[in-house]
Write a protein that binds this ligand. Structure first.
Ligand code: SF4
Length: 334
């Protein structure tokens, strides 16, 4: 019996695999009711047409279809999720909607479908936050105002892949196709409309970075985001993701794994603790979404110890948790 329960938890619990589900326009790519940053989160990654961008570090577009998925299929995906989670749905306190790209991009995610799904979250009385993953190109005042009208009880957060403050890495190495000026203008709109910001920051923003540079570059990016958020009167949740080389990404094709050393998770954790102690809302990204090239993740870093992973899980679950006695970080490559 214990084996039976263990298997269920492994298959459907927090470590539920991504990108292994049957591909169907009627089924979401991924869904989970999970504890996330202190709240019970209903997280859904919808199956839609692939992201139109081609960031050098990312292989997500290759895992999505080139075909348009219409609004009725997207709504079916939401209904499948609700039915599957029916017995726990009432526990949801946050809803996170993603399609491995931008749910605000009408070319991939029909606006009618998004409207109906957000409107439906009004039936979940415990939900107080809705997080929408997007790119800032799709953020404008008209859309933000409209989104707020669909569920007036919740606080909205727009979650974006910021990655780094370094303009050269953004433009030339990551090929993010998004200048800082445009990003800042979108953040100003978020602040003006009462939205919060969620931002992925890539720890080791380029495979050639050594540990010391990775630590300080990530810290500068977080400081920039916090300062920008303060300036525009909003709150930022930083999701600090240790780099891995995604299979099929441009960096993978360029052979970056040959000389690359994966990030040390202890350094990532130390930086997250430091920033939380300074008042920044921090979360450590621990999933490679089933996309990593063998040997490229923090788990395969020489000297990796699973205990730090458990520390990160605890840190993520409780946004007020601050461990004591963690030494000042002195990152070094091994
Ligand atoms: S990082 Fe985001 S915007 Fe860039 S290619 Fe991947 S999914 Fe698209």
């Amino acid at each position: 019996m214990k084996t039976f329960v263990k298997e269920l938890v492994r298959t459907y619990g927090a470590a539920k695999p991504m990108n292994e589900e049957e591909v169907s326009a009627e089924l979401p790519k991924f869904f989970l009711l999970r504890k996330f940053h202190g709240l019970i989160d209903l997280a859904i990654i919808f199956q839609t047409k692939r992201c139109q961008y081609q960031c050098a570090f990312c292989a997500i577009p290759s895992t999505s279809t080139r075909d348009h998925i219409d609004k009725s299929a997207i709504m079916s995906q939401f209904m499948v999720t609700c039915r599957e989670l029916a017995h726990g749905l009432h526990l949801a306190e946050r809803v996170s909607l993603s399609n491995d790209g931008s749910v605000l991009d009408p070319a991939t995610f029909g606006r009618d479908a998004l409207d109906q799904i957000i409107h439906a979250t009004g039936a979940l009385r415990g939900v107080r936050e809705i997080h929408l993953e997007s790119r800032t190109e799709f953020v404008n005042r008209e859309i933000l105002t409209h989104l707020k009208s669909l569920n007036k009880r919740v606080k909205f957060t727009i979650l974006v892949g910021f990655e780094t403050f370094d303009p050269t890495i953004r433009r030339e190495l990551m090929r993010k196709n998004q200048e800082l000026e445009a990003f800042e203008a979108a953040v100003a709109e978020l602040g003006a409309c009462g939205f919060d910001l969620g931002a992925f920051v890539l720890y080791k923003a380029h495979p050639d970075m050594v540990d010391d540079d990775a630590y300080h570059e990530a810290e500068r990016s977080i400081d920039y985001l916090q300062s920008l958020a303060t300036r525009h009167g909003l709150s930022v949740l930083v999701r600090l993701n240790p780099l891995y080389i995604a299979k099929g990404s441009l960096w993978d094709k360029q052979g970056k794994t040959a000389t690359y050393v994966p990030p040390n998770l202890r350094d990532v954790y130390r930086l997250a603790i430091k920033k939380r102690a300074e008042g920044v809302r921090m979360f450590v990204g621990l999933s490679e979404e089933g996309l990593s090239r063998h040997g490229s993740t923090f788990r395969e870093r020489l000297g990796y110890n699973g205990r730090v992973l458990q520390d990160c899980v605890r840190f993520n679950e409780d946004p007020t948790y601050l461990p004591t006695g963690v030494p000042t970080p002195i990152p070094t490559d091994v």
